[in-house]
Design a binder for this molecule. Structure first.
Ligand SMILES: Nc1ncnc2c1ncn2[C@@H]1O[C@H](COP(=O)(O)OP(=O)(O)OP(=O)(O)O)[C@@H](O)[C@H]1O
Ligand SMILES: [Mg+2]
Length: 394
């Protein structure tokens, strides 16, 4: 039996120990039962040999064993050693009272109220410590222990959640990286075969496919790096005077290229002030992420980019007439790798990181994003970006 010893601000167990009589292991169970009957307040005794504790016997557990069917016949002549709990908690007399109580109540519920055996520095038996007595007399200590335990539990739960999110993210990253990598390896293998046979046109075709897989791989990696950089707080906003209209005109032009020859009108409506202080590079990436989604999910109709300027912030809406998003999917849209599962959405490529990055970038600029959508009718993403001129030190 190994003893625990840690001092504490509440004092040590030495002040509370009950110098209970101990029993030699050879004493019979019958004798001990008599002792419990004659000494009503006695809750437990230690079994001690040559001053060293061997185990604990509690009144409740002893009587339960002995007065079970045939218990008396089986046990009353046997030595108490056979019934001693050798796993009983042993602490030294310099152990902090709160530490001892903490250990006691974190045992199995059946054992939680069993007395603790107290020994001195060399391991010799001193007496017992009653957990019940402690709880009644020292509720302040107990409250403190419970509070500490609560705080520790909450911390552990929080850590567990963070590591679960990280693990899921990592699993997703690995999964998403594997498909283009596999494609590249398979295409390279096919190209080697084509090269051996001298089939130049096959090599050309496969090279094109390989380039597209490699490009996809690069954008996944760039996105993941962006995202982890923002999350680690290593990306900074660089605020400067920004011409919003110029910026949005550029975005609209790029969006028209993305739409290609589909019958989709890309329009820009601006209103109010032209310039504001923000990070133009990040703002362009944010709006482009939204319009490239609109372009991806709209086969016909329109994509409207609408900007208005208010006292200290700009509002930009990206409104499309595309396939829309189901109400129940709206919430998880901004989580990393949250590509929606239905066939219509699945048809389009992508990493599922665009909106996660958009939201993080917006946070960096001090802005917000909202989405409204009706399935089949289209989606409207609205962002609000503060004019940092109001907040920058002069
Ligand atoms: N305008 C939209 N209309 C309909 N569905 C949308 C729209 N924008 C986003 N979604 C849905 O939200 C999902 C997540 O979008 P997000 O931009 O994060 O990823 P992605 O476009 O699939 O990939 P990436 O942007 O990384 O290339 C999309 O896969 C799509 O299912
Ligand atoms: Mg996207």
């Amino acid at each position: 039996m190994s003893a625990v010893s840690t001092p504490s601000e509440f004092g040590t167990v030495a002040n509370f120990v009950n110098a209970q009589p101990s029993f030699d292991p050879s004493v019979t169970v019958g004798t001990l039962v008599d002792e419990f009957f004659q000494n009503a307040p006695l809750e437990a005794v230690a079994v001690v040999q040559n001053s060293r504790p061997l185990g604990l016997i509690t009144r409740q557990k002893l009587l339960f064993t002995v007065f079970r069917r045939f218990g008396w016949e089986v046990f009353h002549r046997r030595p108490v050693a056979v019934l001693a709990d050798r796993e009983a908690l042993v602490v030294t007399d310099v152990t902090g009272i709160d530490q001892a109580l903490g250990l006691a109540i974190s045992r199995e519920p059946d054992d939680a109220y069993d007395d603790l055996i107290v020994v001195d520095a060399v391991g010799d038996y001193i007496g017992l410590l009653s957990v019940r007595q402690m709880i009644v007399q020292h509720s302040r200590i107990l409250a403190n222990i419970l509070m500490q335990k609560e705080v520790a539990d909450a911390k552990a739960r929080e850590l567990e959640q963070v590591s679960e999110i990280k693990a899921r993210f990592l699993a997703n990253v690995t999964h998403e990286l594997r498909s283009p990598v596999n494609a590249i390896i398979e295409l390279a293998e096919l190209m080697r075969i084509a090269a051996e046979k001298g089939h130049i046109s096959q090599i050309r075709d496969r090279l094109t496919l390989m380039l597209s897989s490699a490009t996809n791989l690069r954008s996944i990696i760039t996105n993941i790096l962006d995202l982890s950089k923002i999350e680690a707080g290593r990306m900074e906003a660089i605020h400067e005077q920004t011409d919003l209209v110029d910026l949005l005109q550029e975005v609209a032009a790029t969006t028209r290229i993305l739409v290609g020859n589909r019958p989709v009108d890309v329009t820009l409506e601006t209103e109010g002030k032209r310039t504001m202080t923000t990070d133009p590079v990040k703002l362009r990436q944010i709006v482009l992420n939204l319009t490239s989604n609109a372009a991806k999910f709209t086969d016909s109709g329109s994509i409207r980019i609408r900007q208005s300027f208010h006292v200290d912030h700009a509002v930009i809406d990206v409104i499309d007439t595309g396939i829309g998003i189901r109400a129940e999917d709206l919430e998880r849209l901004f989580e990393a790798f949250s590509q929606l599962e239905d066939a219509k959405h699945k048809r389009h490529g992508g990493t599922g990181l665009g909106l996660a990055i958009t939201r993080e970038l917006l946070e960096l600029l001090g802005g917000q994003i909202d989405v409204q959508s009706e399935i089949g009718l289209g989606a409207t993403f609205t962002i609000r970006i503060p004019d940092m001129k109001e907040r920058l030190p002069l």
